[in-house]
Design a protein around this ligand. Structure first.
Ligand SMILES: NC(=O)c1ccc[n+]([C@@H]2O[C@H](COP(=O)([O-])OP(=O)(O)OC[C@H]3O[C@@H](n4cnc5c(N)ncnc54)[C@H](OP(=O)(O)O)[C@@H]3O)[C@@H](O)[C@H]2O)c1
Length: 294
């Protein structure tokens, strides 16, 4: 059946390529930044598995597009334009979800951002903006979902997107600091809120092939970034969406307080080694000569 054909449209939502249909039937999932990139792919995957998705972000147009796509496939999604840095807007969003749906099962803290800059050129305002979005915004969303839904219902999951590499992120000192804070936030809450049955996980993403990555960064970075990933390619939006759907499912019930890194081994690579890419004539990295032992 050709995708987009009449037959495809009337046949209902396309099944997930990975999971059984109805895996998340009945779940209510809030996804921030759900109109674009990883957030959009996540919203589509969760909805295709039967969840009701509530997407938020600042611009209504991309969110409208996501909702139209989910509805066109026979799934359930709605959206609310808002800024996660605005604590009153966050409260309104979570109040509205609980009022309409009676519960929240999953919060995906995907909304976030940063700008590439040498550390010395980042102003106090620029640094503050990145911290407010990624740390304060994530905290407000998590706290509101927990106090209004997860804690009263004694159940709930939070998946927060953070960043790989962990060992230092030149050109991104603000987001490196912010995402490290979020990872500790998830670890701490996993202990404090275990008594309410709340699971909190950080997913550290490496380089993913999203429109933002393709269009926002300098061309040299875009062209060479796959070469900084040991597996030699960028991640796909779907690969992230599948991981989040897995965590939302019963298979994810024992994950809490951990950081799952999904980056094609980027976190383990600290740059070109040996220095200068020294290699033998066949292109193999040089090895030292081993002396025979007596
Ligand atoms: N792609 C990668 O390689 C990569 C690497 C490391 C980390 N990440 C992180 O992964 C997440 C998704 O990235 P992506 O590549 O899919 O980029 P993206 O499409 O730019 O996603 C960011 C989303 O967050 C929303 N957002 C930004 N500020 C917001 C705010 N103040 N309030 C509410 N929503 C806000 C944006 O929508 P509006 O602009 O309409 O608000 C957008 O939908 C981000 O946190 C990003 O930093 C991505």
């Amino acid at each position: 059946m050709a995708p987009g054909s009449y037959a495809a449209r009337v046949a209902g939502p396309p099944p997930s390529r990975i999971f059984v249909p109805d895996l998340l039937r009945g779940q209510v999932c809030v996804v921030s930044g759900a109109g674009t990139g990883i957030g959009r792919a996540t919203a589509l995957e969760l909805a295709s598995l039967g969840a009701t998705v509530v997407g938020c972000g600042r611009r209504p147009e991309p969110l409208e597009g996501m909702v139209a796509e989910v509805s066109g496939r026979g799934g359930k999604a709605e959206f609310e334009p808002m800024d996660i840095r605005d604590d009153e807007a966050v409260e309104r969003l979570m109040d509205g979800v609980v009022e309409r749906h009676g519960r929240i099962d999953l919060l995906v803290n995907n909304a976030g951002g940063q700008f590439l800059s040498p550390a010395e050129a980042i102003s106090p305002k620029g640094f503050r903006t990145v911290i407010e979005l990624n740390v304060q915004g994530t905290w407000q969303m998590t706290h509101a979902a927990a106090t209004k839904a997860f804690i009263p219902q004694k159940q709930g999951k939070v998946v927060s997107i953070t960043v790989s590499p962990h060992m230092g992120f030149p050109g991104m000192v603000h987001t490196g600091a912010a995402r490290a804070a979020v990872e500790n936030m998830m670890r701490t809450l996993s202990v404090e809120w275990a008594r309410f049955g709340v699971r909190t996980v950080a997913v550290a993403v490496g380089q993913f092939d999203t429109e933002t990555l393709r269009t926002k960064y300098p061309q040299e970075v875009v062209e060479n970034v796959a070469g900084t990933v040991p597996l030699g390619r960028l991640g796909s939006e779907e690969e992230m969406a599948w991981l989040i759907a897995y965590l939302a499912s019963p298979a994810g019930d024992f994950y809490s307080g951990c950081v799952i890194t999904i980056d094609g081994a980027r976190d383990n690579w600290f740059g070109e080694w040996p220095p200068g890419g020294a290699a033998d004539e066949g292109g193999e990295p040089l090895a030292e000569e081993r002396r025979e032992r007596d």
